[in-house]
Design a protein around this ligand. Structure first.
Ligand code: ADP
Ligand code: GLC
Length: 489
């Protein structure tokens, strides 16, 4: 079959710029598609904090100082290119440079021109396709930042039938809680004043424009990152106000569970951890990694004391308030360790600082973003906590399974699709799953895990179940390929 031409646009791509799982997915999925022989081109803004060390980056001479008008604003962008890692040289990453908009302290900002930053990025993606003389079979947009792409193709770029006449669009929702809502007077700056009748009229009437909603209206297919989340966002409880629209488009809404990128997250090859290991030498490997993690964090090592790990953005989504009482109680009475890596809301950071001060020999908290330490927590911990209120997919539970670190999760979104409750009778299951978003639910999961921990045979089986299963992109990429093929056909 003919290879597909896939234009993939995302605000963050690992390892260059990352705040969360979107970056991991935007690196791994295109790389796998490229390995399958498709012509994949990935686009990302050249954020000030983009880490290009160790990568050969070249300016694209015919994409230098390209002018773009957005309403009254005039910008220029210049493009740089490098190879996407782990794509065996098959995928080019294009970095859209526009210092005026992307030289900011963060990838996302609360600045007045946030809408312009990502509108310019989306427009630049299409300008690049035109100037490359490249006609994508598909444009794959991700989250609100690039959700205007389907509408731009149907309006400002509709004249270019040679390039885009057959181009289909997919919008993946990685997190419906972030929608890109702006006051309606930005419409002119998006270059859409002539087309305002195409925007969601009730919103405009209420003085709003919503990027994600616009994408849901105009994308040929709306994908999300797990089957359960695809169902959940069509309900009032999870839809963040977009559920009526998603229900109306139900036939075009689909869920494909993310994969874990084993090129980056694999204890057999991970360069960040004290000892590499796989399912056959997991006991020795994890013991060495646990000892090293305890040394690094200054906590006393005791092979009998289970180590609990958390690596996460600290936001309401992640549900850590459920752990406040149960963990404090457990740390008071039981011999455990807790290592937390994450930053976010003050109330959550303050809590973990307090926990560390209260139990200095049991708790270590790293406030901030630390990729190597995240790998060492996956390797050195015995149990991983993800009590999410909602979780579109979640990657860390899949990394944990691969590293033999048993996850305790709430049954929601991708956590429900990837973690199965341990059944001591049958020896099936790979973790502990609780249903109710409550401290009681979490307590139940924690107790079940700690009880199983004491039974070494059960623990070994449970751990092996997770390590031996395949959560890689190798399986998932085929689902994306099938989806793309069905659209292009
Ligand atoms: P989300 O995208 O909602 O944050 P995911 O589980 O999909 O959740 O992905 C989170 C990704 O970000 C993982 O790769 C995780 O290791 C990483 N991560 C989150 N917080 C930190 C942190 N403080 N330090 C290092 N890595 C982090
Ligand atoms: C979002 C979600 C997370 C998902 C990630 C990648 O950030 O919160 O659940 O795994 O995107 O799709």
């Amino acid at each position: 079959m003919e290879p597909l031409r896939i234009c993939f646009a995302a605000s963050e791509v690992a390892p260059f710029a990352k705040t969360g799982g979107l970056a991991d997915v935007s690196a791994a999925l295109p790389a796998r598609l490229g390995q399958l022989g498709h012509d994949v081109r990935v686009f990302m803004p050249l954020h000030a904090q983009t880490d290009l060390s160790g990568h050969e980056v070249m300016p694209v001479d015919f994409l230098h100082h390209v002018p773009i008008e957005l309403g009254d604003h005039r910008f220029h962008f210049s493009v740089f290119t490098t190879k996407l890692p782990h794509s065996q040289g098959s995928v080019d990453l294009y970095l859209i440079g526009c210092p005026q908009l992307f030289d900011r302290p963060g990838i996302y900002t609360g600045d007045w021109d946030e809408h312009l930053r990502f509108a310019l990025f989306s427009r630049a993606v299409l300008e690049c396709c035109q100037r490359m003389g490249w006609s994508p079979s598909l444009v794959h947009a991700n989250d609100w930042h690039t959700a205007l792409l389907p509408l731009y193709l149907r309006t400002l770029y509709a004249w270019d039938t040679e390039r885009f006449g057959k181009t289909k669009t997919v919008l993946t929702i990685h997190n419906i809680a972030y929608q890109g809502k702006f006051p309606a007077d930005v419409v002119q700056n998006l270059g859409l004043s002539e087309y305002s009748h195409k925007l969601y009229q009730d919103d405009l009437g209420a003085g709003l424009v919503n990027f994600l909603k616009t994408g849901i209206l105009y994308a040929d297919v709306v994908a999300t990152v797990s089957r359960t989340y695809a169902r959940e966002i069509q309900t009032e409880a999870f839809g963040e106000g977009l559920d009526p629209l998603l229900r109306a488009r139900a036939e075009s809404v689909t869920g494909i569970v993310n994969g874990a990128d084993y090129a980056v997250w694999n204890p057999e090859t991970d360069p960040h951890i004290a000892k590499n290991y796989g399912p056959d030498d997991v006991a020795e490997g994890k013991a060495a990694c646990k000892r090293a993690l305890m040394e690094e964090t200054g906590l006393p090592f005791d092979p009998r004391a289970p180590v609990l790990g958390i690596v996460s953005r600290l936001t309401a989504q992640k549900g850590f308030e459920l752990t406040f009482d149960p963990l404090t109680e457990a740390l008071r009475f039981l011999d455990l360790r807790l290592v937390v890596v994450g930053s976010g809301e003050d109330r959550l950071q303050d809590h973990f600082h307090w926990l560390q001060r209260t139990f200095p020999h049991k708790v270590f908290y790293w406030q901030g973003y630390n990729e190597p330490l995240a790998h060492r927590v996956e390797a050195g911990a015995d149990i991983f906590l993800m009590p999410s209120r909602f979780e579109p997919c979640g990657l860390n539970q899949m990394y944990s399974l691969k590293y033999g670190t048993v996850p305790i999760v709430r049954r929601t979104g991708g956590l429900a699709d990837t973690v199965q409750l341990w059944n001591p009778e049958t020896g099936d299951g790979n973790g502990f799953v609780f249903d109710h978003f409550s401290a009681a639910g979490l307590t139940w999961g924690l107790k079940a895990a700690l009880t199983t921990w004491k039974d070494r045979d059960s623990w070994n089986t449970l751990r092996a179940n997770g390590m031996r299963a395949d959560y890689s992109w190798d399986r998932r990429v085929v689902e994306y390929e099938d989806l793309y093929r069905s659209m292009v056909a």
